[in-house]
Design a protein around this ligand. Structure first.
Ligand SMILES: C[S@@+](CC[C@H](N)C(=O)[O-])C[C@H]1O[C@@H](n2cnc3c(N)ncnc32)[C@H](O)[C@@H]1O
Length: 562
């Protein structure tokens, strides 16, 4: 079934933007790259924007790559200009084609041509024949351990460059947790095809769109706005690959029915069958079905192409049903690791229930608020260690799925609840007697742009005991965590509002490799609240309350999380 083009497809990789001039991080690729470029220029003592003679556009240059940027590109310095080269490795000498100079910022975007001298790090043979052409993967030429170490460096740099925190406030970044699957991990792919040239004119003239040939069906060609034809994508799961083959075949047969280009949905769905209940057909090879042996169970996997159909995924024994086109994490293999990590760390370390998966009798933290909950992934998988959980998402459809997922996993309705609401107005609506901040942990997993300042302001005013911030953009995460630690200055336009003091310490930081072979890293930051003013009475928490007034909540403190 056709779908709308995903937000990041068909967009130019580097577009000129004025945002880079603002002090606050927007976490965009361009801003992150520019930060790396500036540091490299400073190291070689070159002024940004210095006039120099640069090679003509589309000419070939030979470059020595010195490092990898946080965007996954190789960086080289030549004659006072930084060159950005995709698909390169530090230590390579490469030939590249000049694409565009940014003279204001002294860097040049290039297209990769070939390697003249191989780096010692370039030890892997890319599995994909489209590698260096397709824009999807950046790292197939690098060994996996190298990818993980580089991603740890991305997290370190993000906090150095975008948190505005002194080094002493940022703990050592832990080693990146690798994905069990390095290839064949993506449970969702969305290849697309474009309308034929002249389609707009034909439509304007009321004519039917004419396809002279089947268009390329695949992903964006690196550095262009063109779609390249891709028959197989080795980061897709086996079921997704089966779906890709059959969808390509179907589109080829039915191309005349399309009046425009389209994005295709390929989403894996799993049926779990207990071995002792499996019949002889369960394991039979059937068209379009992939069967995996999972100990006590078989997993029968198919690829769904209708965005409204239900897809099912299992994370450990938790089951999640979602509309196939809705957001759900894309690398199922790493999800048990990340949820276990959060269960082990979200409560105070000394009261950690470790791996026993049940509510801790000794932790004073009893409640969890999952802001940006989506269809309940964290609310459901973390619920065993909390007495009550509340998931909030702006999308009513996601909240309907989350409620259904809680039911599917037999979570009681009175202790696991969901609310469709804007997280930016969340904490003013929370009843602090039901969710006392001193007994509550908040999980945040916002979109790439991070949290709104309003959200951070409210979170600081509410002041939960612990915060677990999960993010697919460690640069906006670093900015937001910086605010939680340092505090937030008042908005100029809000009369009478004072400085909101930072009240958190970063307990731990690390990346999880949700997307092997690419430059993306998922960051998990655990924050603890600094000691509350007036908490010292033996056996009692005297909290400042949500509105800033001291209020004796009379909670018994068993174990101190601060
Ligand atoms: C990265 S997804 C995370 C979803 C979920 N934690 C998961 O792992 O499946 C971000 C979620 O934030 C939600 N969202 C975006 N803006 C929001 C807002 N202002 N208030 C509440 N939720 C919001 C989106 O609907 C989306 O479900």
């Amino acid at each position: 079934m056709a779908q709308k083009r995903a937000f990041n497809e068909g967009k130019r990789h580097f577009k000129k933007s004025k945002k880079q001039k603002t002090a606050e991080s927007d976490g965009s690729n361009e801003q992150v790259l520019l930060t790396d470029v500036r540091r490299l220029l400073a190291e070689v003592k070159i002024e940004e924007g210095e006039e120099k003679k640069l090679p003509e556009q589309w000419t070939e240059v030979e470059l020595d790559i010195s490092e990898l940027s946080s965007t996954g590109d190789g960086l080289a310095q030549k004659d006072g200009q930084v060159y950005v080269v995709p698909f390169a490795a530090p230590g390579d000498t490469v030939k590249a084609k000049v694409v565009r100079h940014d003279s204001e910022h002294s860097y040049t975007l290039t297209g990769f041509l070939s390697v003249t001298t191989r780096s010692q790090h370039r030890t892997e043979t890319p599995r994909c024949p489209y590698f260096t052409q397709c824009s999807g993967c950046q790292f197939q030429h690098l060994p996996y351990a190298y990818q993980l170490a580089h991603k740890r460096g991305i997290v370190e740099k993000a906090y150095r460059n975008f948190s505005n925190l002194p080094g002493t406030a940022v703990p050592d970044v832990g080693e990146t947790i690798g994905s069990p699957l390095h290839y064949h991990y993506r449970t969702k792919l969305t290849p697309h095809f474009d309308a034929p040239p002249g389609a707009r004119r034909d439509k304007r003239n009321g004519l039917k769109v004419k396809w002279d040939e089947v268009p390329p069906i695949g992903f964006m060609k690196k550095g262009t706005r063109k779609t390249m034809d891709i028959e197989e994508c080795p980061i897709g799961t086996e079921a997704v690959q089966v779906g890709m083959r059959s969808e390509r075949k179907r589109v080829k047969a039915e191309i005349d029915k399309y009046q425009r280009g389209a994005t295709l949905l390929l989403r894996e769905s799993t049926e779990r069958i207990k071995k002792d209940e499996a019949d002889s057909e369960t394991q039979d090879k059937q068209d379009g079905v992939v069967v995996e042996d999972r100990g006590d169970h078989f997993h029968r996997k198919v690829c769904i192409t209708d965005s409204k159909a239900t897809s099912t995924e299992y994370v450990d024994d938790f089951r999640f049903d979602n509309p196939a086109g809705a957001f759900f994490q894309n690398n199922n293999s790493i999800l048990p690791l990340v949820t276990q990590y959060i269960r082990d760390n979200i409560l105070a370390p000394q009261t950690n229930p470790s791996s026993n998966n049940t509510a801790s009798p000794t932790s004073k933290i009893k409640n969890m608020i999952d802001a940006y909950s989506g269809s309940g992934f964290f609310t459901v998988t973390l619920s065993p260690i909390f007495h009550q959980s509340l998931g909030i998402d702006i999308s009513e459809q996601s909240i309907a799925s989350a409620t259904q997922n809680a039911r599917l996993n037999h979570l009681p309705e009175n202790s696991t609840r969901f609310l469709a609401a804007d997280a930016n107005h969340l904490f003013s609506a929370i009843d602090a007697t039901k969710f006392p901040p001193a007994e509550t942990a908040v999980v945040i997993d916002p979109p790439r742009k991070g949290c709104d300042k309003n959200f951070i302001r409210q979170l600081l005013a509410y002041g939960p005991e612990r915060v677990c911030y999960v993010s697919c953009n460690v640069h906006t995460q670093a900015r937001d965590v910086g605010w939680l630690v340092r505090g937030l200055e008042p908005e100029a336009e809000v009369e009478g509002e004072g400085m909101l003091e930072g009240m958190y310490e970063i307990e731990s930081l690390r990346g999880f490799d949700f997307f092997p072979q690419t430059s993306h890293v998922e960051g998990v930051a655990i924050l603890r609240r600094k000691k509350r003013a007036g908490v010292e009475e033996e056996g009692k928490v005297v909290d400042e309350g949500v509105d800033g007034k001291a209020a004796d909540q009379g909670q018994t403190v068993v174990g101190d999380a601060a």
